[in-house]
Design a protein around this ligand. Structure first.
Ligand code: COA
Length: 316
């Protein structure tokens, strides 16, 4: 069985910055409450000219450019999202048509909430390894601002919009491992029953407990499967839901805090976009170099979780 490696990344961030102080003008909250409980200081929301599709397209275009490949090399196109502009066409189809990717490739969305990007990578790996195709485009994109109840201070302060993408390619490199899982439940609900069916509702305490137990479990499984520990990788890129979740995990695992990247202070929780946005920042700021190994861990709605130990190979 062949594995995959990352060849190029990209991200797209909407133009409207919303600070904690901005939110404090709308709901009864404060910068102090939000930043101490979550580590979030600001997030980005789409303005009237931006949509989930436009973000996904921009991130995908940058990832293909960074990979050094042509759009015609892409053999699978997957977009992870729970907040696409339409139920159909999928966001992946919008990306395919706008970037004029080939028509003879599988093109579809995946919904595994905040684990979606890593579910997408694993699905793409399976599809690449069973076909003659060599490269896949995997995007994580959300416009969560349209699912927020801006009167509910317990949720509206947590989330933001954005997109990240990666081009992955097949490799004979054995240093790859993945883990996926789910435990169906309604701890995080969107587009579900309730006073306003479109809003995100969440049992914050239950999700905190879940997240702090599932991240170490994913990391342990990646280590058992690959033989590589946190100390062997350049960075651990966890879903950026909450700084306290990541700090709790670092303490519990007695891990080196430097290994765990955090950027939720600037973006908030962007669900499926969170891991690929962080990945792209690390690549573009030089923290991840060609040949480096990294661990990525996603967790969230579903409930779902996913982990990957993967090499950043760099441009083809
Ligand atoms: N500003 C000010 N006060 C707020 C608030 C806000 N934005 N949101 C909630 N509060 C209040 C609550 O109303 C409650 O007040 P009360 O004691 O008078 O009833 C108080 O703060 C404590 O609320 P609680 O829910 O106990 O806070 P918490 O310590 O559990 O922190 C979260 C709340 C959401 C930050 C925390 O539960 C968490 O991080 N959960 C994980 C969420 C997450 O990351 N989800 C996504 C995973 S993909």
């Amino acid at each position: 069985m062949k594995n995959v490696e990352i060849l190029g990344t990209g991200r797209a961030i909407p133009s409207k910055v919303v600070t904690n102080d901005d939110l404090a003008k709308i709901v009864d909250t404060s910068d102090e409450w939000i930043s101490t409980r979550t580590g979030i200081r600001q997030r980005y929301f789409c303005d009237e000219n931006e949509t989930a599709d436009s973000l996904a397209i921009e991130a995908a275009k940058k990832a293909i450019e960074a990979s050094g490949l042509s759009k015609d090399d892409i053999g699978v196109c997957i977009c992870a999202t729970l907040s696409g502009d339409y139920a159909t066409p999928s966001m992946a189809c919008m990306v395919q048509s706008t970037l004029q990717l080939r028509e003879d490739i599988a093109t579809f969305d995946v919904n595994a909430a905040c684990s979606g990007f890593l579910y997408g990578i694993e699905i793409a790996r399976g599809m690449l390894c069973c076909s003659g195709e060599k490269y896949a485009l995997v995007i994580g994109c959300e416009q969560l601002s349209k699912l927020l109840d801006m009167n509910d201070r317990s949720t509206c302060v947590l989330f933001g919009d954005g997109a990240g993408a990666a081009v992955i390619g097949v490799t004979d490199d054995a240093t790859y491992a993945s883990t996926l899982g789910a435990r169906g439940g309604q701890e995080i609900l969107a587009n579900g029953p309730g006073p306003d069916p479109s809003n995100i509702q969440m049992d914050g305490k239950a999700v905190f407990k879940f997240a702090t137990s599932i991240i170490p479990k994913c990391i342990d499984e990646l280590q058992k499967k690959s033989g590589f520990a946190v100390s062997d990788v350049s960075k651990v890129v966890c879903h950026q839901a909450n700084e306290r979740i990541i700090d709790f995990v670092i303490r519990r695992m007695k891990a080196d805090p430097e290994k765990f990247y955090k950027n939720m202070d600037r973006y908030g929780n962007t669900s499926a976009a969170s891991v690929p946005i962080a990945l792209d920042e690390l690549v573009r700021n030089g923290s991840i170099k060609d040949g480096d190994l990294l661990m990525m861990v996603g967790f969230g709605g579903g409930l779902t979780w996913a982990g990957a130990l993967i090499r950043y190979a760099g441009k083809k």
